[in-house]
Ligand binder design. Structure first.
Ligand code: FE2
Length: 193
């Protein structure tokens, strides 16, 4: 057993037991943490990609919880936030760029493959695929999960790329609909109420 406070040691027996417990939890459905580990492996050390989807996930989770989403919608939102840019490596290789439309097109079958065996219901998988396939499309947003994904991705892109506050303000007025998303964006960029 590791001594108290030895954070670098891992008790394998405990680890295996907790993994087994996780797998039986929710009728064997993959947890968000397990999904996160999978997509990090899938990213093959691309730190930019990994940092980005972790940021988008954190903002999506925060906005979703602030908005009081039900458990199922929150799960689908977080799964979509984790997988939304799954097509970036393929798009770089196949097209030499990660244009939004290309990502949406290529992301759908990759998400289906990624979530196969996840234990998620068919309608949850379909919704995550739909969200991945539309995350750069800002019209006909048909649900709170979609709306929050767009907001979370925008916040992450704006902070990573240093968007000018006046552009952020303009985008917020046009596309940010949730109170929580607007609140976070204003706070991060110091925008006036
Ligand atoms: Fe993104």
């Amino acid at each position: 057993m590791p001594s108290e406070g030895s954070g670098s040691f891992v008790d394998t027996s405990v680890d295996i037991v907790s993994k087994m417990e996780k797998q039986t939890d929710m009728q064997g459905k993959m947890t968000i943490v397990e999904m996160m580990q999978e997509i990090i492996d899938y990213s093959e050390g691309n730190i930019h990609d990994i940092d980005h989807f972790i940021r988008v996930w954190a903002y999506a989770k925060t906005i979703g919880e602030m908005e009081g989403l039900d458990e199922k919608t929150q799960f689908v939102l977080e799964a979509a936030a984790i997988t939304h840019d799954i097509a970036c490596p393929l798009c770089r290789e196949k097209y030499g760029n990660t244009g939004g439309r290309l990502q949406e097109k290529e992301g759908v079958p990759l998400t289906e493959e990624f979530l196969s065996g996840s234990g998620m219901s068919e309608d949850e998988v379909e919704r995550v695929k739909y969200l991945v396939g539309h995350h750069h499309t800002y019209k006909d947003i048909d649900g709170i999960d979609y709306q929050i994904l767009v907001e979370a991705d925008y916040i992450a892109n704006a902070t990573e790329n240093g968007y000018a506050p006046k552009d952020v303000c303009l985008f917020m007025d046009m596309f940010f609909k949730t109170e929580a998303g607007r609140k976070l964006l204003k706070s991060i960029f110091g925008l006036a109420e």
